[in-house]
Every structure is written in structure tokens, then in C-alpha cells.
Design a protein around this ligand. Sequence first.
Ligand SMILES: Nc1nc2c(ncn2[C@@H]2O[C@H](COP(=O)(O)OP(=O)(O)OP(=O)(O)O)[C@@H](O)[C@H]2O)c(=O)[nH]1
Ligand SMILES: [Mg+2]
Length: 508
Amino acid sequence: MFVQVHDGNGGDGCVAFHRELFKPYGPPSGGNGGRGGDVYILPTPHLTTLSSVLVRPRAQHGGAGQGTWQNGKNAPPLIIRVPLGTIVRELPADDPRRSKNEYEAEAEALHGLSPQERRAKMREKRWRHYPEYADDNAQREDFKHAERVLFAQERERRHMRRLRSENPIFLDLDKPEEAAEAADPNAPLGHRRVEPMGHLVARGGAGGLGNPAFLAPTNRSPKWATRGAEGERVSLSLELKLLADIGLVGMPNAGKSTLLRALTGGRARTEVAGYAFTTLNPIVAVVRVAEDGSFDGDAEGVIHDNTQVEEAHERALLDSGAFADTLTRNQLRAVEGAIEDPFAALEAFRFTVADNPGLIERASANVGLGHAFLRSMERSHALAYVVDLSAPDPWDELRVLQAELEQYKPGMSAQARMVVANKADLLAGGEGASQEEVEAAREKLRRLQAFVAEEMRVPVLDAAGAVVGERPLDVVPISAKHSMNLKRVVRLMRTYVEEARERKAASS
Ligand SMILES: Nc1nc2c(ncn2[C@@H]2O[C@H](COP(=O)(O)OP(=O)(O)OP(=O)(O)O)[C@@H](O)[C@H]2O)c(=O)[nH]1
Ligand SMILES: [Mg+2]
């Protein structure tokens, strides 16, 4: 989502003179304006979506200064809370989705005016005058001097702003902010810790100066004050990295999407087709498991074909009138005893699995779909490699996948837990397979297991997250299309998720 952050403007300075009995001409006494509110971004574990983030968050303005040297209030900071796993980026200047910043907005407002009008407008925006003194002030030498000083300061601010935009904001907010210990050990009870504010993304405008600031030997009663500066405006893009318990990693066409559909009984809305890069964006679905290890939608032998084939089949059924007598959901609800969700009573455990686009060699060099989508896998508790067992050398695929994960983020392949050897049905599947074919398939699987045992070892962690040993990945031959041997996949995935959750609970 895109957000334009708008900081609070500074409060205006005040022009006033002190009045007291028997003191007809008191000194200037206008207070300064308060600072506008800053905007912070704070990652918090209490949110899971970006839906509560406003599109145009705006911090409060500083309070205006008042007579008798009363300064305006500083505005409180605005804290934008985002879920953990959010990536915050500042949109670059050439991005069409970016909104104007404060300088561009002013330039636009002044566009097409004559030089005099422009000057008047700019003065109007920057100065406050004692009633009816505006013209008189404009004639004074010391006002002109003050104006030059103000413009010089403004130029400097603008320069700093330009320097800052050369390295735009980039925040990868994975960890919650810790409350810091208060500096003062004698702070009153309940104030020992300073609540974290998060990351500053835009600064509020400075407050204006009251008229005492313009006292000079030549002018004992300055009749002007400055207005508050405008707050920064920053356009940000917020992206939430997906969070799934298990991420599927595999080459295009390995059958990742088919596997996800099979694990969810076809509920997962992910495309399956016989060409590379069918899946373009990560998709997360929930897998529900019963106590006996069966899962929702589990049916040995149900075929999960290409989605187009399935849709055509369904359309043909619809056209032939096969669904004509089916009850609607509301009618079903009215039928006594009809259970909405037959699996709900059985469900004992659930976890989420993410289907990802295919990963290929040199994805890190932006070949194929690149590897930007790996970002959303970083946060998975465990990764499962999906390889096509019917390919001539499935172990080569594994080697590439592992190397690409390491390329993307060193240490990421240690998150892998299992190898799912898919399309086992193509090797000696079916009834009429000869003895040799079955033997060849077994041999291939053994070779894959030997390769994994040899080269793909991952650290074993104990409940506290410390490394206690090493083990090879689990290898499970399956057929996603024909829903074969999926129970074993689900059982293993469940143990990984449980272990990871225990570790997480222990660490927090
Ligand atoms: N015979 C057989 N075919 C399968 C099996 N699993 C998947 N397929 C087929 O393989 C093709 C690719 O499957 P997908 O699930 O789209 O593969 P993917 O890994 O998601 O591919 P991308 O999204 O392109 O990365 C489809 O035509 C599936 O029908 C299987 O177990 N056996
Ligand atoms: Mg796919």
C-alpha cells in the first residue's frame, strides 16, 4: 500500500508587547510557536495486517505562540503502527505514485504568478505582522535583513532535504522494538522504561519565532514574527511480507501449486498448469489436520489436475444439469442437522503453507521472476523443497535451489526441513508397471536419498534454539496430482511447525 505521511506544521510565532500599569511601552513579548509533530513508524506484534494504517496520516500542528512570552505547545509525535514483517520504502522522485513534497507543493501554488504576487504570497506564508503594520514593516531595512536570513536558512533546509532523499528510507521491520531503560535510575515508578517510538520517517516543521527574537539595537519594538515551517511530506510504500509456517521452494513446474491444492482439498486458489511460471505471486493456504493425521480434503487417489482441465470439467457438469438439484448454502443451513463445516469437529491442528513462484538458477541475477518473492519466505518457520522426481537428475535441482537460497540470504537454506519428491506416479505408477520399472524407480529414490544424506544437512535445534547436531533433510516421495503419500508430508510438516512454535514460545 502507498502512504503519504504529512508532518505537523510548526506553530506560528506571536507579535505582542508587554502591558503593565505605569509601563506604557513594554518590551516585545510574543511567544515562539511549538514544533509540529514528527511521524514515526513502529513495528508491533499486535497487528497482522496493514489495514489499520491510514493512507494519509497527518501529525498535529504545533501550537501558536501567545502574548506574555507564552510559547506554543510542541505537538505530540504521530506513531504509525505496522505489523512485524513490514518493509517500508520511500518512493523515489520519478515514481508516478509519489505525491508532491512540501517544496513542490509550494512551487505549484506559486506557478504562473507575477514576481510581485509571488513575493507577496511567499511573505504572507512566512511572516506575521502587528495589526496594520504589514506595509510599514516591509519598508524597514531590518525586516529585509531578517527576511534574507530566513531565506538563507530555508535554502539550507532544502539542501539538507535533498541530500537526505539521495538515500531514501528503507526499513525492514522484522523485530519488535524493545522498550529502552530510562536514563534516570530514580525515575518514578512506572516511568523506568521509555516506550519505543520506532523509526523517524518525517520531521515536523519548526515553530515560528515570536517578535522578541527580532530585537536589535536599531529596533526596540519589532512588529513582526515568523510563521511555523511546514512539516515534511514523504511518500512511502508499505509492503507486508507474507507469513506462512511452511514455504514451498521448487523449480517451475515441479508441482508446488498442485501440492498446495492437494493439501487443502482443492481449496487453495492457485493456478496449476503444465508450463513454467504459472504462479506469479506467493499464495498462502491453511492446512487443517485431525488427530489421526488425516487432513481436510484428504482423499487417497483424488486427482488434482491442471486447473483449466478441472474448470472445464466442472463447467461441463454444470451445463449437463448435474448440479440442478443441489441445495444452496442457505437451504443447507435450514436443513436440520446439516453441519456447516464437517471438518471443524475433527480439526486438531492447523498451519499455513505458502506456494511460491518457481525459483531457477541465477534467479539472484534477476533471471526468471528474480527472487524478490523469497522475501516473503524469509519468515517461514520451515521450507520444503519440491522437486520433480521424474526429471533425469532431481539432485541437480536440489543443488541449484539450495545455492539460490544461499545467494539470496546466507544461512537461509538452514531453514529447509524436507525434500518432497513429487510426480512419483510417473515413475512406475499405475497398475501395469513392470518389475524393472518399479526397481528403477526405487533405485532413483535411493540415489536421491543418498545425495540428500551426503550433501544436504541442516542443523538440529533444541527448544532454546541452540544448535545441538546435524541431520539430513527428510525425503518423501509423493504424487501431488494423485494425492498419494500426502499424510506423511502433513505429519512431518506438523512436527516442524510444532517445534518452531515451541522455540518461539520459549524465546519470548
Ligand atoms: N503426473 C503428475 N503430474 C503432476 C504432479 N504434480 C503436478 N503435476 C503436473 O505438473 C504441472 C505443473 O504443476 P504446477 O503445480 O503448476 O507446478 P508449479 O511448481 O506450481 O509451477 P510454477 O507455478 O510454474 O512454478 C501440471 O501440469 C501438473 O498437473 C504429479 O504428482 N504427477
Ligand atoms: Mg505454481
